[in-house]
Ligand binder design. Structure first.
Ligand SMILES: NC(=O)c1ccc[n+]([C@@H]2O[C@H](COP(=O)([O-])OP(=O)(O)OC[C@H]3O[C@@H](n4cnc5c(N)ncnc54)[C@H](O)[C@@H]3O)[C@@H](O)[C@H]2O)c1
Length: 246
């Protein structure tokens, strides 16, 4: 079920965290990878560990030319695209709605909202050729409020709106589009942000009473990409240890 032999998989934000783990898991399962990130050094380190074919490109998802070039690389080097994972993202310092400055909103929406939109814009023409899958990485903050993370939450909600819209617009092209909404996971995005104390208190109240391993989140993404998962589209799927269940 999780065999991705010769599938061409594009991943943004692939230099770290979920993106790097996804690259490893897809590569182990036979996929050919097109990896983009603003962190070129990190990308090279990830690619050096992969067992299968891959290409890396500096890609800032806020720049349309970069999004176009990443999709074009899939077409030129591997002959098309089967799966796209729009994963690039980052957080912002904790602050109430009154405390957040305009720049925080602009950067959050540029990377998460515009970045996913531009990514899909250039991935869809390739996916339309034979059908395929898009996964957009939103967050628990994309399906509920996130105190002190207002700009992040708003931008992650935008991803869910884009996902549902694309799912409806492109269903007849046999393209499934879903968003994933993970709870906090100890990737550099969280460990480098100084919010871990707050996270710990939430974890104690969660049904599974622990954070996910990075691999638990990315394994769920692989399941969603599987051809066996052929009827699920337009969903925002929580990967959250049960937190959203109550
Ligand atoms: N870790 C969590 O707790 C968590 C929870 C929910 C959602 N997410 C989301 O998961 C995704 C991956 O995050 P992660 O936890 O692996 O963090 P991470 O910091 O380990 O990785 C994020 C990657 O995105 C890249 N990136 C940032 N801005 C970019 C841009 N403009 N263009 C291209 N690449 C860019 C970074 O360089 C980095 O390599 C993000 O969208 C994040 O919001 C993370």
């Amino acid at each position: 079920m999780l065999d991705f032999t010769d599938q061409v998989v594009l991943i943004t934000g692939a230099a770290s965290g979920f993106g790097a783990m996804l690259a490893a898991q897809f590569s182990e399962r036979g996929a050919k990878l097109v990896l983009g990130d603003i962190d070129e050094e990190g990308l090279a380190e990830v690619a050096a560990q992969l067992p299968g074919d891959s290409v890396t490109l500096r890609c800032d998802v806020t720049q349309e030319a970069d999004c176009a070039a990443l999709a074009q690389a899939a077409d030129e080097l591997f002959g098309g695209l089967n799966i796209a994972i729009n994963n690039a993202g980052f957080g912002h310092p904790l602050g109430s709605i009154e405390q957040l400055d305009e720049a925080a909103y602009d950067t959050m929406f540029a990377v998460h909202g515009k970045g996913v939109a531009l990514g899909m814009k250039h991935q869809l023409p390739l996916l339309k050729r034979g059908g395929g899958v898009i996964i957009n990485v939103s967050s628990m903050a994309g399906i509920g409020g996130a105190p002190m993370l207002g700009a992040y939450s708003a931008a992650k909600h935008a991803i869910v709106g884009l996902t549902k819209t694309a799912a409806v617009e492109y269903a007849s092209d046999k393209i499934r589009v879903n968003a994933v909404c993970p709870f906090f996971t100890l990737t550099p995005l969280v460990t480098d942000s100084g919010i871990f104390d707050k996270v710990e208190a939430m974890v104690k109240r969660s049904p599974l009473r622990r954070l996910a391993e990075t691999e638990e989140v990315t394994s769920a993404i692989l399941l969603l990409c599987s051809p066996a998962n052929s009827y699920m589209t337009g969903q925002a799927i929580a990967i959250d240890g049960g937190i959203s269940a109550f």
